[in-house]
Write a new protein. Structure first.
Length: 284
């Protein structure tokens, strides 16, 4: 009886060791996507009142966890019974990411000054509705990036047992959410931490200097993350197309992959944006 119990413990320990190894490999392979996820969501989780930053971030984090709970079992089932559906889902997600990235670029370079009544309407929309819209956008983007993270993680354990696949993908999904949004929380609270350091030190000494540095650094970091997040959206989408469409995978092999993937994502975003504009014009 005792020997059987210890044998079970030994099996569990061996399984956990395997999960640790495979999860480490999968996390390394998804590091690029996790970096993109961080850049995108740090930019989306800012721009709120200080008192609303953590509640908004918690709403996005809960949405991200729900995304993972939905994606992980579906990815495992599709991989077992209908693997081609995963590729289709990735390509559709890539189109959405490309569209969002290109839309931001066009908005930045070609936006026109708002007239008086538009400014008034925008002010009226601020508050709860604007917050909900930004949270919804962040969760939607997180969903697409989560699909990519889960599928890459799953791809590292395709030859392993189903139990190891489930545990590895689940661990990576949890680490992705906790890690990304934990870092985002630290970033968005930099200025408040800086103000507290300045206040507690009487605006004198080393701690006051650190406080001022934190306060001044936050806008710069947010601007950098905004640019990096936009580029990341296009790069991730281009990578999805390049890795899942055979023609694009072999297209222009002498060009560095990062340039090719960015160009593919940019073109895909322009096409998606054009189709959406035409559709809106027709149906309006």
């Amino acid at each position: 009886m005792a020997s059987g119990f210890f044998a079970i413990l030994d099996d569990i320990t061996a399984l956990m060791d395997d999960v640790a190894v495979t999860a480490k490999i999968a996390t390394k392979k998804t590091a690029g996507i996790l970096g993109d996820d961080l850049a995108v969501n740090a930019e989306k989780a800012t721009g709120f009142l200080s008192s609303r930053e953590l509640p908004v971030l918690w709403s996005i984090t809960k949405g991200s966890l729900i995304n993972k709970i939905i994606i992980v079992p579906i990815a495992l089932l599709l991989n077992a019974f209908f693997p081609v559906a995963i590729k289709v889902a990735l390509i559709l997600g890539g189109l959405y990411l490309a569209y969002e990235g290109v839309e931001k670029i066009i908005e930045y370079f070609f936006h026109r000054p708002k007239t008086g009544h538009e400014v008034v309407a925008e002010i009226k929309q601020d508050g709860a509705d604007a917050e909900k819209a930004k949270v919804k956008s962040a969760i939607t983007t997180d969903f697409i990036l989560s699909v990519e993270i889960v599928i890459i993680a799953l791809g590292t354990v395709l030859e392993e047992s189903l139990t190891l696949q489930i545990l590895t993908v689940s661990v990576v999904a949890i680490l992705a959410t906790v890690g990304v949004y934990g870092i985002v929380a630290i970033i968005v609270r930099m200025d408040d931490t800086g103000y507290k350091l300045i206040k507690s030190s009487g605006d004198k000494g080393v701690f006051a200097g650190i406080g001022h540095l934190l306060v001044k650094s936050l806008p710069v970091i947010i601007r950098i993350l905004s640019v990096v997040g936009t580029i990341a959206l296009i790069l991730v989408s281009g990578g999805i197309f390049a890795h899942n469409i055979e023609f694009l995978h072999h297209l222009l092999p002498n060009i560095p992959s990062i340039i090719k993937e960015f160009a593919i994502g940019l073109v895909a975003g322009l096409v998606a944006l054009g189709i959406l504009k035409i559709g809106k014009t027709i149906f309006s």
